[in-house]
Design a protein around this ligand. Sequence first.
Ligand code: F6P
Length: 544
Amino acid sequence: MTVDATLTAMAEWEALEAHYGSLEDQSLRNLFAGDPGRAERFAVEAAGLFLDYSKNRITGETVRLLSALARARGVEARRDAMFAGEKINVSEGRAVLHVALRAPRDWKIVVDGEDVIPEVHAVLDRMAAFSDQVRSGAWKGHSGKRIRNVVNIGIGGSHLGPEMAYRALHAFSDRSLTFRFVANVDGAAFTEATQDLDPHETLFIIASKTFTTLETMANAAAARRWALAALVDEKAIARHFVALSTNGEAVEKFGIDTDNMFGFWDWVGGRYSMDSAIGLSTMIAVGPDNFRAMLAGFHAMDEHFRTAPIERNMPMLMGLLAIWYNNFFGAETIGVMPYSANLARFPAYLQQMQMESNGKHVDVEGRHVEVQTGAVYWGEPGTDAQHSFYQLIHQGTKLIPVDMIGFCAPLSPIAEQHDLLMANLFAQAEALAFGKTAEELAAEGSDPKQTPFRVCEGNRPTNMILADRLTPHTLGALVALYEHSAFTQGAIWGIDSFDQWGVELGKVLAKRIVPELTAAAEPALAHDGSTNGLIRRYRRLRAR
Ligand code: F6P
């Protein structure tokens, strides 16, 4: 796969730069006033999601030019290469096939001469059988008690997706089971998660693609000690531990029977794995049928992404709008505000997906990129966020495009509060776009001395994503929307969105520092002065 070195010299890029110049000072007020059909035109529906992108600083010409850029950069060809199982993760020589994880049984996707779909469904079927056993109580702990607690131990993609999905789909989960998620190597995470659990009734899911990750291996060892302290017999491990991994050898070495292992493949990136075996905790919580409904939601969005023309393609439009603000307006971040308490962990999940994917400084051929790449994604659920940092989005000096997510039907029986939630969602997008002028304040009789402080300039862009209800299907579609938006951005920049070499250096250095902290004798340190000083100070103050 090759990409042009000179993105900014392309005619399509230059056309966007010129167009930006003509639009820079346009306000959303004017754009709406001059175009009554705008809201209908800048809207698209797919896989049960509705996207209103009319409150963006764009015209029809912007969409046309961004689409032309996507065509010229070969975004569609790259997408087709992904679906065809080509090794588009060039730095690791791997296919990128999370879309195969949710493809129906009768599909065929070939990698290295082998159709991967039968294997995908074989694992899903084994997961379903196991989940049913745990949910029904047929799967017993070593002492014959049924499992009542499930603890997922994993980090990054082996944690954020399962934790986010469990919370998002809580309304669909088996309330007789308790779920905990342990990621941090800080022992407090494991201690807090297990302190009120009975080891006889607890199942540990050790989730790690590589089964070598320091944090997960340390927590898995802690879990083993914790379980055996009560269960005593080594044979108990087979009833209380399962592994989710691509590394059978390491799983066996840890002492987990590979019969209790649910596998996946090197063509599934960690941050794209919540719908693989890594989703076992989700499946135990919500049951195989709901898990399959989630996969169907993913697949519906995949199909839309694969077949819709760029101008009507929701993930491509979201990706192109992200490029528009990042590379032309100079926006550094994108806020994601779900108006749903159940989606509280969605922004954290998206951070890994977006920032580990597109935080890259070279293109697929190893040349330094010419423009800014991945934006900082961040966010919190509304309405909480309104009472925290929204002030800066409304009146600060930084441009922060915001994605807002809402649902028309509530999950809670306290339905009247849902109208309050949704009123706030719509009000915030309106306030951000149109603000409040000095004239409007004067007409309302506002104290003139306060006017400068009360004026809201507006012109703050938002995407509004609406769905009927936060169901498993909706969640799948929503996650796939952001996966393919990340893909689109990466394809425009010509980077490898599927490796993560940047996190390796810190891991290597940490391994070197561990013995320097724990050695009985003062070690000879050869770091920089700051790191040496910090290590010495820690050794002095380290209390045991
Ligand atoms: O350090 C980053 C990373 O490799 C992520 O990409 C991954 O999701 C996470 O660590 C956990 O990796 P594993 O599932 O192999 O334990």
